[in-house]
Ligand binder design. Structure first.
Ligand SMILES: Cc1cc2nc3c(=O)[nH]c(=O)nc-3n(C[C@H](O)[C@H](O)[C@H](O)COP(=O)(O)OP(=O)(O)OC[C@H]3O[C@@H](n4cnc5c(N)ncnc54)[C@H](O)[C@@H]3O)c2cc1C
Length: 522
């Protein structure tokens, strides 16, 4: 018998449901009690027990998942779905509430198709970046993948969370094409061209006929994605990674002004990743390597650290891709613009020390070679980490405003300000990491309060979050209240229509069926 049950479900019903699920997936793919420790999150600001699931179930295919859905509907079991479960900083594989059942799709990990001619893959939800990369290497493919910084992430899970990578194909949802989705009632739907029997262009063309539904299966709880197509970038003839470093914190304004037209005109082809020195340093070693003080690291100390690491206060990574002559021409334009700021330095392949972990992992990521180097940064101060990504329009004023705001908030709660500014085609992400020791109760409480403050102050200034740790989903959705909370209302209507009982990830992105009688707090 499970020690933690889903709210409103009796232990006899739960036991009966588990007996039936065992018959579907096999005993070894149902996890209870002490077997659930891999499904706990030790890195957030609330203790792991806060979200202990009642069970975890790992079906092997669509049919087994459909059979589980039938049982979940009969017994009102809330299923928390994930593909790879590596969404650390946002909650990992752990469910929103204690007692939910985790629907772990990592056994559904087939790479169903690699199409070299059209440059796409069709995959199942358990496929990781490492797995896809290795497969393409093994078959001698000429296609690159585009991966998030931690290479253990899932191709589908990351895209569904609006995740991003570092080649020109960085926006993973934008670069997806065609989904297969299971609805709460067990119905199987294919989107776009895939809805047509015998369709020849499911992964080549995004739209079929009628409304385009794909986006509503991202960052929500309207369905379980069982297959998804992704466009892959053909290996370009030339690839030239670079870094521009800047001496002063105040250079940020000029950098972002210069960057805007470069990004808009696609002269800078991939994401422009601007690490503050704190971010660069955190990848290379823990906090204790840089300071003995428990107070936030000061500007003066960051300057010394930048000097010691032979880096700038700002370090902007990017790359050029294409024909060799085009790459050189394009780089010339970038260099001319980006080095117009006094003190700017240019770094190319071979300029950094051969063992420079920071340069080496960025140079890999920007050509889609997955690795785990960046994950080192979670060791900064004891392993706790919460990520925030307020979005702003590209430009100096907004970048400086958000940077100062995030710095003031994080420092105000006693934390270092670890940030990178990522320039997209029109906007930028002010990625802010709250790093703390989760074993320190006071630090965890401060991290929690700091997180709420980040979301609310950024929203009050007009900068919305693009994703959130489970704990703060209500807070983030609570900032998208325009037009009398029109967005929230339409989500609610869709949820009621597709999943009235609340079988699929109830509460994800603060979306609940209106019949939901149980806890809604995060
Ligand atoms: C140091 C550090 C660096 C990071 N760098 C990046 C980065 O560069 N880019 C980036 O995008 N992220 C980054 N992240 C965030 C995170 O690690 C990645 O986004 C990671 O890929 C998410 O985990 P996953 O792929 O295993 O997703 P999963 O845990 O499998 O899925 C994430 C969520 O998507 C939904 N979901 C997953 N599969 C399905 C499905 N089949 N059907 C319906 N819903 C589903 C669920 O709600 C699930 O909780 C970083 C995090 C850290 C700590």
């Amino acid at each position: 018998m499970a020690t933690t049950l889903p709210e409103g479900v009796s232990s006899s019903d739960f036991d009966q449901a588990i007996r039936e699920i065992r018959k579907i997936v096999g005993d070894e793919w149902v996890f209870l009690d002490s077997e659930l420790s891999p499904y706990l999150d030790h890195m957030s600001a609330v203790p792991p027990e806060y979200r202990t699931p009642s069970a975890a179930l790992a079906p092997a295919n669509v049919e087994e998942t459909q059979a589980i859905l039938k049982i979940a509907n009969r017994f009102s079991l809330p299923l928390w779905t994930y593909g790879n479960g590596k969404n650390w900083a946002y909650g990992g594989p752990t469910p929103l509430h204690a007692g939910y059942l985790v629907l772990d799709l990592k056994r559904m990990n087939r790479i169903l198709e690699v199409n070299e001619d059209s440059g796409y893959v069709l995959v199942e939800p358990g496929v990781s970046y490492f797995q896809l990369y290795q497969h393409l290497q093994d078959i001698g493919s000429n296609l690159w993948i585009d991966c998030a910084a931690p290479g253990w992430g899932g191709v589908i899970g990351n895209a569904l969370e609006h995740g991003a990578g570092y080649t020109p194909y960085a926006d993973h949802y934008v670069m997806s094409c065609g989904m297969e989705v299971l609805l709460a009632d067990g119905e199987l739907v294919r989107t776009g061209m895939g809805a047509m029997p015998g369709s020849k262009a499911w992964q080549q063309f995004k739209y079929g006929y009628g409304p385009t539904l794909d986006g509503m299966f991202t960052q929500g709880n309207f369905g379980i994605v069982t297959k998804m197509g992704f466009w892959m970038m053909p290996k370009p003839p030339a690839y030239k990674p670079f870094m521009f470093s800047y001496e002063k914190e105040s250079d940020l304004h000029a950098i972002m002004e210069i960057l805007r037209p470069l990004k808009m005109n696609m002269v800078w082809q991939n994401g422009a990743v601007g690490e503050h020195i704190g971010y660069s340093a955190s990848v290379l070693g823990p906090r204790s390597d840089y300071t003995d003080s428990s107070a936030p690291i000061t500007d003066a100390r960051w300057q010394e650290i930048a000097h010691d690491l032979n880096l700038g206060i700002w370090n902007f990574y990017g790359a050029c891709y294409g024909l060799p002559a085009n790459v050189e021409m394009q780089f010339g334009a970038l260099k001319g613009a980006m080095t117009s700021i006094p003190g700017a330095r240019v770094w190319l392949e071979g300029d950094r020390e051969p063992d420079d972990a920071g340069w080496n992992y960025r140079a890999k990521l920007m050509q889609g070679i997955p690795n785990m180097t960046e994950f080192n940064l979670v060791n900064w101060d004891g392993g706790g980490h919460l990520n925030f990504s307020p979005m702003g329009p590209m430009g100096g004023d907004h970048a400086v405003k958000l940077y100062n705001m995030m710095k003031e908030i994080t420092n105000g709660y006693g934390f270092d300000h670890l940030t990178e500014m990522v320039g997209t085609f029109r906007g930028f992400i002010a990625l802010t990491m709250v790093m703390f020791d989760p074993r320190d109760e006071d630090a965890a409480k401060r991290a929690d309060a700091c997180s709420v403050d980040i979301i609310q102050k950024a929203a009050a200034a007009g900068y919305g979050e693009l994703k959130a740790n489970l704990r703060y989903m209500n807070t983030v959705m609570g900032s998208y209240t325009g037009n009398d909370s029109g967005l929230h209302k339409v989500n609610q209507k869709i949820k009621d229509a597709l999943d009235p009982v609340g079988i699929l990830s109830p509460g994800k992105s603060d979306i609940w069926p209106s019949s939901w009688k149980h806890s809604r707090a995060n």
